[in-house]
Design a protein around this ligand. Structure first.
Ligand code: ADP
Ligand code: MG
Length: 307
């Protein structure tokens, strides 16, 4: 137990207090054994150094079983793409990774999401700290109706981050989001005056201002034109050096261009009840998924025969 407390403080750092972590011990190692076994058999290639491992992740909205038994891992400093037809549970799974589903009253999460080996749904874990370390960018750019500067400074202020110089932090986040040169002379202007692509890069700057470890992006380019999309894709390639990125995209070319690994989800019928539920079909290196998928359903989807 002592070891676990120590690791919790140093590596995941999510605990509210210094008390021992009392999540659901034992399940993480079971998950990684499964992954190793898969690699040994020469099956799907799984990330060697995962930041997240989900084990039998199930999500319900009320009585509706939205996703079933998702076992997935997300590699450090990799971009993982979640693809699949609308309604297969991509956003639902993404939201489990930083406890955003907590904010949906009917949502219920079962199974384990371990982050650096610790259950983020554990009793001692502070969801605010989870969301500081695991930032999120949404489909529609959603800057606050505040100045560019205040948008970026918002997260560090509300989470009470200790900051030597807010000016330096704002500059570094805007530089990191490839926006600094375009806005450095108008930091006090309202963010709503920026173009859609600039607003989305501002949202990325806002997400990285709290110095997260992971950035989750839910269809971040779907409201943008092709040039703004290209800029975000180039930015993602740079961000990968510093962050672990998970992106939901309905654009298969985008998944193929930007990601290292791809998880393909689809809507399946449950054998017992015939009810429809989202499920993971195949997870592998992006090149494998797009060039020689193992599952027929993946092949049908990526070749446009379905979805
Ligand atoms: N807040 C919610 N309340 C009830 N059902 C939801 C909610 N969000 C998503 N769902 C349902 O869960 C399933 C998965 O949705 P979602 O994760 O949004 O899929 P995707 O992102 O792949 O399009 C869908 O059937 C959707 O209608
Ligand atoms: Mg979605």
């Amino acid at each position: 137990m002592t070891d676990q407390t120590e690791t919790d403080q140093t590596e995941s750092g999510l605990a509210r207090t210094a008390q021992p972590h009392i999540g659901r011990p034992g399940r993480h190692s079971a998950a990684s054994e499964t992954h190793h076994a898969a690699r040994d058999e020469g099956k799907a290639d799984v990330p060697p150094d995962p930041v997240f491992v989900t084990d039998k992740l199930n999500v319900y909205y009320g009585n509706f079983h939205a996703v079933t038994d998702v076992d997935l891992s997300f590699g450090k400093n990799e971009i993982t793409a979640l693809i699949g037809p609308s309604g297969c549970g991509k956003s639902t799974v993404l939201r489990c990774l930083n406890r955003m589903n907590d904010l949906i009253p009917t949502a219920r999460v079962e199974g384990t999401v371990s982050y650096h080996g610790h259950d983020i749904y554990g009793e001692r874990v502070d969801p605010i700290e989870v969301r500081r370390r695991i930032g999120m960018v949404f489909q529609k750019p959603n800057p606050f109706p505040k100045s560019i500067y205040d948008n970026v400074a918002y997260g560090p202020r509300v989470t009470g981050m200790k900051v030597d110089s807010m000016d330096d932090l704002v500059e570094s986040a805007l530089t990191g989001a490839a926006l600094w040169d375009e806005v450095k002379d108008k930091l006090k202007q309202n963010a709503n005056g920026l173009s859609g692509g600039q607003q989305q890069r501002l949202c990325i700057a806002r997400a990285i201002a709290t110095t997260p470890d992971v950035v989750l992006m839910d269809e971040p380019c779907s409201a943008l034109d092709p040039i703004a999309t290209l800029k975000i894709e180039e930015l993602m390639a740079e961000l990968r050096n510093r962050y672990t990125i998970v992106i939901v995209t309905h654009n298969m070319q985008q998944a193929a261009r930007v990601s290292d690994r791809t998880a393909f989800f689809s809507v399946q019928q449950k054998s017992e009840t015939g009810d429809r539920t989202g499920a993971l079909v195949e997870f592998d290196k992006t090149t494998k998924i797009f060039e020689s998928p193992s599952d027929r359903r993946t092949e049908d989807y990526i070749s446009g025969r379905f979805g």
